[in-house]
Design a protein around this ligand. Structure first.
Ligand code: FES
Ligand code: FES
Length: 152
């Protein structure tokens, strides 16, 4: 049994404590915007926010989450998130789309911490989010675009 909030709503799940958060989100709560990629914390497709910080939900056990606040792509909001999502649309970043909710999570976390990131800052923040379609050039451009928007 684990109780935490997901996108601002309290949830209590009757699952084993070692259930990965990713499965709880997708199978129990039907929040399928968070994707399964590798299952071993190597690709970033499953990235969600845990108390505001990006984590790999495939390697986060629900038994560790009592009282935590989880945010998925379905509940992501705030100025940085909006700027990122607008830039993603304007620059048409996604290709197949599979990695992209994780990319948006990591990009939003980056801009919350580093409002005007350099290329090196972006590479450092985003290296753990793998894109098999190699949209990296557009991701970098969109993060700069979002930063410019936030700066006004
Ligand atoms: S599915 Fe979690 S990091 Fe790849
Ligand atoms: S857009 Fe296809 S994996 Fe990234």
């Amino acid at each position: 049994m684990a109780s935490f909030t997901v996108n601002g709503k309290s949830v209590t799940l009757d699952v084993d404590d070692d259930t990965p958060l990713l499965w709880a989100l997708r199978d129990e709560l039907r929040l399928t915007g968070t994707k399964f990629g590798c299952g071993i914390a190597q690709c970033g497709a499953c990235t969600v926010m845990l108390d505001g910080a990006p984590v790999r939900s495939c390697q986060t056990q629900v038994g560790t989450l009592d009282g935590a606040e989880i945010t998925t792509i379905e509940g992501l909001d705030g100025p940085e998130a909006k700027a990122v999502q607008d830039a993603w649309t304007a620059i048409d970043v996604p290709q197949c789309g599979w990695c992209q909710s994780g990319q948006v999570m990591s990009a939003t976390a980056l801009l919350r911490d580093t409002p005007k990131p350099s290329d090196a800052d972006i590479d450092n923040a985003m290296w753990g989010n793998v894109c098999r379609c190699a949209t990296y050039t557009r991701i970098r451009a969109a993060i700069h675009d979002a930063a410019d928007t936030l700066e006004g």
